[in-house]
Write a protein that binds this ligand. Sequence first.
Ligand code: COA
Length: 546
Amino acid sequence: MSSATERREAMLEKLADLDAQHAVAVAGGGQKYVDRHHARGKLTARERIELLLDPGSAFLELSPLAGWGSDFAVGASVVTGIGVVEGVECLVTANDPTVKGGASNPWTVKKVFRASQIAEENNLPTVSLVESGGADLPTQKEIFIPGGKLFRDLTRASARRQPTIALVFGNSTAGGAYVPGMSDYTVFVRGGAKVFLGGPPLVKMATGEESDDESLGGAEMHARVSGLADYLAEDEHDAIRIGRRIVARLNRRRRGAQADLRPLDARHAGVPATTGGSQFGFAEPDADPDGLLDLIPTDLKEPFDPREVIVRIVDGTSERNARPFDEFKPLYGTSLVTGWAELHGRPIGILANAQGVLFSEEAQKATQFIQLANQSHTPLLFLHNTTGYMVGKEYEQGGIIKHGAQMINAVSNSTVPHLSVIMGASYGAGNYGMNGRAYDPRFLFTWPSAKSAVMGPAQLAGVLSIVARAAAEAKGQAYDEEGDAGMRAMVEQMVEEQSLPYALSGMLYDDGVIDPRDTRTVLAICLSVIENAPIKGAEGYGVFRT
Ligand code: COA
């Protein structure tokens, strides 16, 4: 068993590394390109976002490590996230012009698709801060066809009455011209915005016409002549000011059902809390969130008690909240902890792995619990640390597939919002049952201690070895034992690397890797964001095989 000190040291080391990875993303194209950009009198993507958001409000950045481990810059030349503009939660995207002129590569496209999915599911207005060289030309074949969805999504958002606002600071050419083209509101910066289907060289090639940037796509022209610009901004600050005024006039209403289900005075007037607390009348956690650093074993085979995590994430005891966590079925299926809590005054149901393995009892308990949450329109939080469903004759005969299928049925057809946090292991079908990425949780965040793959690296290498040995025997060939050891070591290392959080985050399999101590704040933002859309339990499920 690793000690608390060893666990803390290991986690702090991983967090220092995480800071370094985030610093790479924040640096964008590097100092040379940032300096050049500033020298042109322009703001960087992050400076634009900071000015757009309400002073002092939080920005939940999404997928900051997109593209990690690929040939492209970490962050994928775009910043995406959720922030508050004039009191309205908005999805913000900002091209990073310091990285390859803000050109979109395959990871940029995936990251923007994920952002637009979040806007759709949570009914958020979108503000696009545009300055992009369009498609990354060397990889155009991977982005041109799928990339068309970007413009389709913008107009479908508008059809759903999710406002779309484009603030155009620089280049927005060719296909990119359809970002303002498809947006509900457009603001163009004088002398900066350049929006045309084809620039002067292309026009010359196509028709022989001589032209210049301003007459083809300048802000002044679009504001006075073409009508593509709704507002002409004097400079970047002015564009952001106008963008904020547009949001202020959207007349947005949060449609989350929770407000209907709980008396307003309890939610918002604020029943006083005994400790800490806020205007909503909730108390800070009973145990210090800093203790989360002491919890995760250095070897994920060692179990840890997720109640120790829960008590550091959810609201603490207060006059209104008699216990921080009301556990459901505590004596049954004890490898999965289920129960009810509040987070920043908002009700949640929690499913958290305890001993790692999911047996039939755990699967059935989860199935019932998920249905209960849907009956009461309560959002769910999944805390992953699972090696998957139990294998072996006894368990197969006991119906582990049927029971796992029941859990997966409940998770898949549940319609209350789901949040997932991968704390430790998330292997095999356990990842599915616990609402992994493919099961569309509204948000999924990962701790630096997480590992996720079809199975553990050693198990996977071992299975490959058994299969290869059997194949050799079937052909009557001698098995190469020395080669086998080398193969196992190589496969183990490869799967280990592929299972790590940066690799998974790089591929957009989560919405970001977070410091465990930030979990409560991140989840609180997510719970607030989901209230922009109606919260309603499932009307039906697939057939539950019994
Ligand atoms: N694909 C791939 N790389 C691109 C790119 C694109 N669409 N646009 C710019 N880049 C690269 C440049 O090659 C340069 O790389 P380097 O620094 O390694 O030499 C880097 O991004 C910066 O470009 P640069 O031209 O120096 O920056 P700028 O700020 O002066 O101008 C643009 C930016 C976007 C206006 C200009 O690069 C441009 O016109 N690009 C082509 C736009 C286009 O026609 N896109 C096709 C749309 S479908």
